[in-house]
Design a protein around this ligand. Structure first.
Ligand code: MF3
Ligand code: CO
Length: 271
């Protein structure tokens, strides 16, 4: 209880604006997904993202964040997160994580998808599937009156049930709202029943990062790009979501999470 006071609890009106920001992010990620192809540079994807976000009347929140030089993160293959867009050309068989954020009237959205470039092998398709499903399992485990680590535990348990993937611990999910990164941390591992209590209006970004090998990471000399220490591939998916008295609302999903939550037996407050 005591520690919960520093958590930002949004009003329904504020959540409605966060939903607008989340939809900008969701639509931008769909534009990017369609643009991913062999021969495209990650800088071209960044330009397309910035244009799409601004055309929606929103502002990219990554740009200038602690000096970050772009509007999205593009993390290819062994890059886990925070890859900086560049002249690098995507090649057939690559995996790319696209991480995107936007601000509407001061309220933030943040989400990420990992997509294949052309056709990739079945092991990589499975890596992406497990990571995305772990994200949904995590959000589905969040209930009013539950605790933050219920999400963490559900993410980790799902990944562990699917094989020998590594669950990255060096980077975690976070609270979101009037800033992109707010307390609490939302780890992708741990025991359930720990951490702050989940209440309506608390908004969280859940973002599992899983690898084909070890969970050890290192940061490149550009001071942003995080890669796996063993060079094996990784995937990353992220959504921002909140709990309401009508159910769970995935702020950065086009359908508010309705389809995926329904499949998991969780009520969705489509907004
Ligand atoms: N979605 C990313 C995260 O939560 C945001 C990247 S911040 C940036 O870690 F500065 F790299 F853009
Ligand atoms: Co995030």
């Amino acid at each position: 209880m005591f520690g919960d006071r520093r958590l930002e609890v949004k009003t329904p009106e504020q959540i409605a604006v966060m939903r607008e920001a989340g939809l900008v992010v969701a639509r931008t990620l769909e534009v990017l997904r369609s643009a991913v192809a062999a021969g495209v540079t990650t800088a071209e994807l960044d330009a397309l993202a910035e244009e799409t976000i601004r055309a929606s009347g929103a502002t990219p929140n990554f740009l200038g964040y602690h000096g970050y030089p772009a509007s999205i993160c593009t993390s290819v293959n062994d890059e886990v997160v925070h890859g900086i867009p560049s002249k690098r050309r995507l090649a057939e068989g690559d995996l790319i994580s696209l991480d995107c954020g936007a601000i509407v009237d001061g309220w933030h959205g943040d989400a990420a998808i990992t997509v294949p470039v052309g056709t990739v092998g079945p092991d990589l398709v499975e890596l992406m599937r497990v990571c995305e499903e772990a994200l949904w399992q995590g959000m589905a485990a969040a209930t009013i009156g539950g605790r933050v680590s219920d999400i963490s535990h559900a993410v980790e348990s799902y990944v562990r049930s699917q094989g020998g993937y590594g669950v990255v611990e060096d980077y975690v999910g976070h609270g979101i709202g009037s800033a992109m990164h707010l307390p609490p941390n939302v780890p992708n591992y741990g025991r359930p029943g720990r951490g702050p209590r989940l209440v309506p209006g608390l908004a969280l970004a859940v973002e599992p990062m899983i690898t084909m090998g070890s969970i050890e990471t290192r940061t490149l000399d550009d001071e942003w790009t995080v890669v796996t220490a063993d060079g094996r591939l990784s995937a990353h998916f992220e959504h921002s979501f909140t709990l309401t008295d009508q159910g769970t609302l995935v702020l950065t999903a086009l359908d508010g999470g309705a389809a995926r939550l329904d499949a998991l037996g969780v009520a969705c407050a489509v907004g």
